[in-house]
Design a protein around this ligand. Sequence first.
Ligand code: PEP
Ligand code: MN
Length: 345
Amino acid sequence: MIIVLKPGSGEAEIEHVLERISAMGLQAHLSRGEHRTIIGVIGEEDRLRVAPLSAIPGVEQVLPILKPFKLASREFHRENSVVNVASVAIGGGALAMIAGPCAVEGEELLVEIASQIRAAGANILRGGAFKPRTSPYSFQGLGEDGLKILRAVGDRFQLPVVTEVMDPRQVELVVRYADMLQIGARNMQNFNLLNEVGQARKPVLLKRGMSATVKDLLMSAEYVLASGNPSVVLCERGVRSFEDSTRNMLDLSCVPNVQGQSHLPIIVDPSHATGRPDLIPAMARAAVAAGADGVHVEVHSRPEHALSDGAQALLPNQYAELMTQLKRLAELMGRTIAAGRGGCV
Ligand code: PEP
Ligand code: MN
């Protein structure tokens, strides 16, 4: 940590700060500048993190020099990480195009949607079997039956599948069916769940909490990495704001912001960010232009009958049109989109 003292601090104040630091069991290194006095504080990291340094009278600013996240940081790993979801690479120039319905509702419907998103160029199929719904009376997902359908349809179209896991007790079950485990926005700081997926041998799609800072997001990724799972893809999906004409507010600066600080891939979900099909294509294009490592879009062939998030779903033909644009943009950005593996459809 670096402590910047208030301008014009006198000897007595400096001495007092030094005393307080020493009383906390930390070491202080004084540097007297022409206008400012700065103190470098070193000591055990855990102790440093909890030390109430900014509360010491005379202190103006406390600047951490050790990032609280390490394994997720660029300092730890300079190159962009590439996360492999079955055959699909995400990061390092390769884009994930994740699409599918909010929830798995039935096999026939999922087949209809999967065939169309695959033809449009999506490379990962999504669909929730365990749904985090605001109301306990809303559709909660098909559970294991939904996982079975998702797996079967993914295999049929040779698309890896991603689905949400909401509870540490579900991880073992979901791992059996999914190629990638999604941690939803509402669970971004469910630390027991993060530790549990950290022990799984499947990549994790970690969505930003609706009121989480970029640092919070990276700290949550750190939990997964520190538990032993190196395969984390981050997802910006909008944060709560005062704006009420969109579902959330898409923080696109999160993309280069994260990329500056972390080697982990980051994708964007314009569906949950805007909640509006009329805004999703523009925000998806903006995401690729901003350098995102992929785009996550909800697609439904009969949104008026959807059991969750129907109002924000793109129709398959709208998704296909968007993908045509995204492929051109990706090319311009020097990015590639891995195709599905082909084969029986
Ligand atoms: C979802 O992907 O369907 C979902 C619930 O997303 P989020 O956690 O971002 O709200
Ligand atoms: Mn949804």
